[in-house]
Ligand binder design. Structure first.
Ligand code: SF4
Ligand code: SF4
Ligand code: SF4
Length: 255
């Protein structure tokens, strides 16, 4: 049987998720025995024409040429996978969604007249159908491996459905929300990262998007009782995943 042909695309992103592929290091060689890389510009200058069996998309769609490119990628790939928070939820690219675009473009670019950008940034499923999502900023290497191996074996990958708090408790961390009133989104955020931020004393910013039964409005009430102003709570919900329905509810619950 021919090896599946893989394409890894970059849209508006920092390239950190693609790097997780390369970070497989020695395992990458085993993987290369099972897959064929047809298009992966960060790793190789070899570019083969489509069709591809699996397309991994890193990055969100923020400008007209990216809209065309993602629609072409959808046509070229049998299976399309959103890889990382930028592709899944829009991630920090969506920070531009909350201010007038003209103001931001002027502030950032010396020659704003050359900039052709959308007012808003979105995850790729705003434009095309997506077959699977691998969450995180960046994606977790173990989860990416699980996904690739399961796909090669035609199995459903086990992507964690629980909240970050579950992993935080398994790590026996003291809760930052209780200990120091930390503005932690762990209770409304999908796990799978091993609660890495709270384990290092930093609140969860929600980079993996909402978990299945997230209750952002209840968390807003708790943050308010802890004394946080609505403006700060709203910005925390908007930071990584503000365009998801659940986190939008959290942001909108703030006046
Ligand atoms: S999800 Fe995070 S690590 Fe991945 S490309 Fe976007 S900003 Fe970079
Ligand atoms: S620190 Fe955050 S992730 Fe950990 S238990 Fe508390 S709310 Fe949940
Ligand atoms: S703890 Fe939260 S912000 Fe940190 S990696 Fe996990 S999901 Fe992302």
């Amino acid at each position: 049987m021919d090896k599946p042909r893989i394409a890894v695309y970059k849209f508006s992103s920092c390239a950190g998720c693609q790097l997780q592929f390369i970070n497989f290091e020695s395992e990458l060689l085993d993987m290369l025995g099972q897959i064929h890389i047809s298009y992966f510009k960060e790793a190789t200058s070899l570019v083969e024409d489509p069709p591809y069996d699996i397309g991994f998309i890193e990055g969100s769609v923020t400008c007209p040429h990216e809209e065309k490119k993602i629609k072409q990628a959808r046509e070229d790939c049998k299976v399309l996978v959103a890889m990382g928070a930028c592709a899944c939820e829009g991630c920090i690219n969506t920070l531009k969604n909350y201010r007038p675009i003209e103001e931001q473009v002027k502030r950032v670019y010396e020659h704003p007249e050359y900039i052709d950008t959308f007012d808003k940034a979105y995850g790729i499923d705003h434009f095309v159908d997506v077959d699977a999502y691998i969450h995180g900023c960046p994606v977790d290497r173990d989860e990416l491996r699980e996904f690739v191996v399961a796909t090669l074996m035609a199995k459903k990958p086990f992507l964690r459905p629980h909240a970050v708090c579950v992993e935080c408790k398994l790590n026996e961390n003291e809760c930052l929300l209780l200990r120091e009133n930390g503005l932690c989104l762990g209770s409304v955020t999908r796990g799978g990262c091993g609660a890495v931020c709270p384990s290092w004393g930093r609140p969860c910013f929600g980079c993996r998007g909402p978990n299945v039964d997230a209750n952002p409005e209840a968390l807003v009430e708790i943050f308010r009782k802890k004394g946080y102003p609505d403006d700060e709570i709203r910005r925390r919900f908007q930071y990584f995943s503000g365009e998801t329905p659940a986190f939008r509810k959290g942001a909108e619950a703030c006046v």
